[in-house]
Design a binder for this molecule. Structure first.
Ligand code: HEC
Ligand SMILES: [Cu+2]
Length: 369
């Protein structure tokens, strides 16, 4: 048996060309359906580069579908045409084909051309996304457990969980993270980037439709990851200008001395549920979520001091709420391992009254015991 000879002419079977024509027609129909598929009817396109990215997606779908239908189509066709017949010897083996330069040439050229096209197409979009040429607004987004921080060039303090952008304005956004890996995803913009501590990545886009859109964290970043959502508002130029001015004014008013004596326990309890309970239980120190339990702050003999090493009193608790804390655990009088990051007042969006109320509530937890 001459098994290794190159065949003069490859026998493709009786129905090869009709099957090829059938698969080609099927591909043309599927490609047409992909081209007319209205992605934006399911997830709106809020601006550029959403359109380009949808086009790229359609191009990949068409190529992927073509490969799928041809490969599976021929696989089924050849399995039927060259199946083992009842009349074949029980130990018969299939036709062994080696060295078919014609076939090998085409199955190399066609995928190579497709991959090159794909590369050119996607690198163009990628470069556009990174290019900061002629941008008007440059700002930063920082991921925190479990909130988004936005820094605007003309605001002294950051804004949390609410991003405002002026319509029709190219925006350069630098994204990074403060603690663990988060991600910045705006489905309507088709942009998504991991927020990685120590790495700053650039996204450039231009919102073109006013409205309210979602920002979603897509990297599991801790116990409250599922609630790590924010909103991006695309405003008219005038609305955006007004918002920015308002923010500046509010930030000017936030300073001033805090009157701790006026703290309301009930208001503090309500705020605690909104802003603190994702990280703190009201159980003993050891009942940790992200931070230590706060229920026995002033009555736990194992932890006579605050994690900062300061005494447990209103002023020193307020100090932690204002400045945040990340350092060794000094609550037992000697330095222990760091417990994590306690966010500062900006990150927790606390004004002076909030701090007074929370301090009163935290201290009241001990009074009840
Ligand atoms: C992202 C999680 C997180 C949030 C939200 C958070 N904390 Fe904390 N908090 C921590 C961590 C972690 C520590 C410990 C820091 C350290 O020791 O390095 C801490 C420490 C503290 C301490 C000191 C505890 C001690 O035993 O000395 C107080 C008081 C406190 N937080 C109050 C609050 C209040 C009130 C809020 C709500 C405004 C709040 N925290 C929100 C994580 C958080
Ligand atoms: Cu996150």
């Amino acid at each position: 048996m001459a098994q290794h000879a190159a065949p003069r002419k490859i026998d493709l079977g009786p129905g090869f060309w009709p099957v090829t024509i059938g698969l080609t027609i099927l591909n043309a129909i599927v490609s047409y359906l992909i081209v007319i598929f209205p992605i934006e009817a399911f997830v709106a396109e809020m601006g550029q580069p959403a359109g380009d990215i949808d086009l790229l997606f359609k191009f990949m779908s068409i190529v992927g579908n073509a490969i799928f239908f041809y490969v599976v189509g021929y696989l089924v066709y050849f399995s039927i045409v060259w199946r083992r017949r009842a009349t074949d010897a029980p130990d018969a083996i299939g036709i062994q084909i080696h060295d078919a330069p014609q076939l090998e040439l085409w199955w190399t050229i066609v995928p190579a051309v497709l991959v090159i096209l794909l590369a050119v197409f996607s690198v163009r979009i990628w470069m556009n996304l990174q290019n900061t040429l002629g941008d008007v607004l440059t700002m930063e987004a920082v991921g925190h457990q479990f909130k988004y921080e936005f820094r605007y060039p003309r605001l002294k303090a950051s804004v949390y969980d609410e991003m405002h952008l002026p319509v029709d304005t190219p925006v350069t956004l630098h994204v990074t993270a403060a603690d663990v890996i988060h991600s910045f995803w705006v489905p309507e913009m088709r942009i998504k980037a991991d927020m990685v501590p120590g790495l700053v990545q650039t996204l450039r886009f231009t919102p073109e439709h006013t409205g309210k859109y979602r920002i979603i964290c897509t990297e599991f970043c801790g116990t409250n990851h599922g609630n790590m959502l924010a909103t991006v508002y695309v405003d008219t130029q005038q609305q955006f200008g007004r918002w920015l001015a308002d923010q500046g004014k509010q930030q000017g008013q936030a300073s001033g001395t805090i009157s701790l004596a006026s703290g309301q326990v009930a208001a503090g309890q309500q705020l605690f549920g909104q802003k603190c309970s994702s990280c703190h239980s009201v159980g003993p120190f050891t009942q940790k979520i992200v931070g230590p339990g706060l229920g026995a702050l002033a009555s736990d003999p194992d932890h006579p001091k605050l994690v900062t090493g300061q005494a447990v009193n209103a002023a020193d608790i307020a100090y932690i709420l204002v400045n945040g804390y990340q350092g060794p655990d000094n609550s037992q009088g000697k330095a222990g391992p760091s417990l994590g990051v306690m966010p500062n007042r900006q990150a927790n969006a606390l004004n002076n009254r909030d701090i007074a109320n929370l301090t009163a509530y935290v201290l009241s937890l001990n009074a009840k015991k």
